[in-house]
Design a protein around this ligand. Structure first.
Ligand SMILES: [Zn+2]
Length: 352
């Protein structure tokens, strides 16, 4: 079912012919060429260990009860052991621009496409997977470039943008990835989800609970329900990794936040780069070996994620600042986001 091995759901889609797929993957690989990682050392991950990176969508930190929201949106995460960073700040309020600065190394402000989280994990000896419910409508899409660098990738090519897949569908693919025999190689599985993308009611399947009935309108209540769905999604991943009886770690962040628009009794959660909460997102790591819960309240720029990620997978080398790890990192912060100081942007607090 993976691209590169058996027919995948991507190129099985009638809207997307095999020839076109081959042409595009070639283009994607050509675009991906750039600097290569030169690693000095890799702390070898235990054989059969599994690391999962969940790339979230449109989740504001202040709507997770794990970060203090007064409604119980994230009961699982509130009691989970691990490291929670309160201060991770994206550089943009939209997916592509924001993920580019998080997932790809930049040198003097110029993205070096070849040096990204996927190529780093490949270089460090992991078998890499990319599972996604996001729609990459264009193969020049930066995330599609990354997806194709994984050893195995699988994502939807919907017939229309109105059709989106349920994030929970990815769990069956996660099961397959966990079960796959990769010999001695540890696994690193990226999961790019639809999360809380605007028009959040569409992110909920009929079977998803809608437990919130606050007086700020349907879109807002659906948004809260998508945060609760994220909490269940992470809980399901943990359940599966525990069942696999292997060492595991999960790293989660959201690509950006959102702002409120419209009347207060009909609040719409929308992209909005003019409010500071659009940049303030959750970042946390859960781990099978974690025995306590740690909250680090310190600001961290998105562009430092690649250093953090390198430490998380045990890779060191040229272009990696080894002072950064999710457990501890320097208190240095560049407040400029989308060309402005984040502290000068409007405050748009969570509604509860
Ligand atoms: Zn996004």
């Amino acid at each position: 079912m993976w691209i590169g091995s058996n027919p995948s759901r991507l190129y099985c889609d009638a809207a997307f012919g095999y020839v076109e797929y081959r042409a595009n993957i070639k283009a994607a690989q050509a675009i991906a060429n750039g600097g290569a990682w030169r690693l000095e050392a890799t702390d070898k991950a235990p054989t059969k260990s599994v690391r999962v990176v969940v790339i979230g969508e449109s989740a504001r930190k202040d709507y997770l009860s794990a970060y203090g929201y007064p409604r119980n949106t994230t009961p699982f995460l509130q009691s989970a052991n691990g490291v929670f960073v309160d201060g991770f700040t994206t550089s943009a309020g939209y997916t592509i621009k924001s993920l580019s600065s998080i997932l790809i190394k930049s040198e003097n402000g110029v993205l070096d496409y070849g040096r990204n989280v996927v190529s780093l994990a490949n270089a460090a000896g992991y078998e890499t997977f990319w599972l996604s419910t996001q729609t990459y409508t264009d193969f020049k899409h930066i995330v599609a470039r990354l997806a194709f660098q994984a050893n195995r990738s699988s994502f939807f090519r919907p017939r229309s943008l109105e059709f989106v897949s349920d994030d929970m569908n990815l769990l069956a693919e996660l099961d397959e990835a966990i079960a796959l025999d990769t010999g001695e190689k540890p696994k690193l599985i990226f999961m790019h989800i639809m999360g809380s993308h605007p028009k959040s009611c569409k992110r909920l399947a009929n079977s998803d609970p809608r437990p919130f009935n606050l007086p700020y309108g349907e879109d807002h209540n659906c948004y809260l329900a998508t945060i609760a769905k994220l909490d269940r999604f992470i809980g399901e991943i943990v359940k599966r990794l525990n069942a696999a009886e292997t060492d595991w770690s999960i790293l989660y962040f959201s690509d950006h936040g959102l702002g409120h628009s419209g009347a207060k009794n009909d609040a719409q959660m929308r992209h909005n780069e003019r409010v500071k909460q659009a940049y303030e997102v959750p970042l946390f790591a859960l781990d099978s070996a974690a025995t306590k819960r740690v909250l680090i309240k310190r600001r961290l720029n998105a562009s430092r994620f690649i250093d953090l990620f390198a430490a998380w997978i045990g890779a060191r080398g040229e272009g990696i600042d080894s002072r950064y790890a999710i457990e501890d990192f320097p208190n240095e912060f560049d407040p400029i986001v989308s060309g402005e100081n984040i502290d000068d942007l409007a405050d748009d607090p969570a509604l509860y």
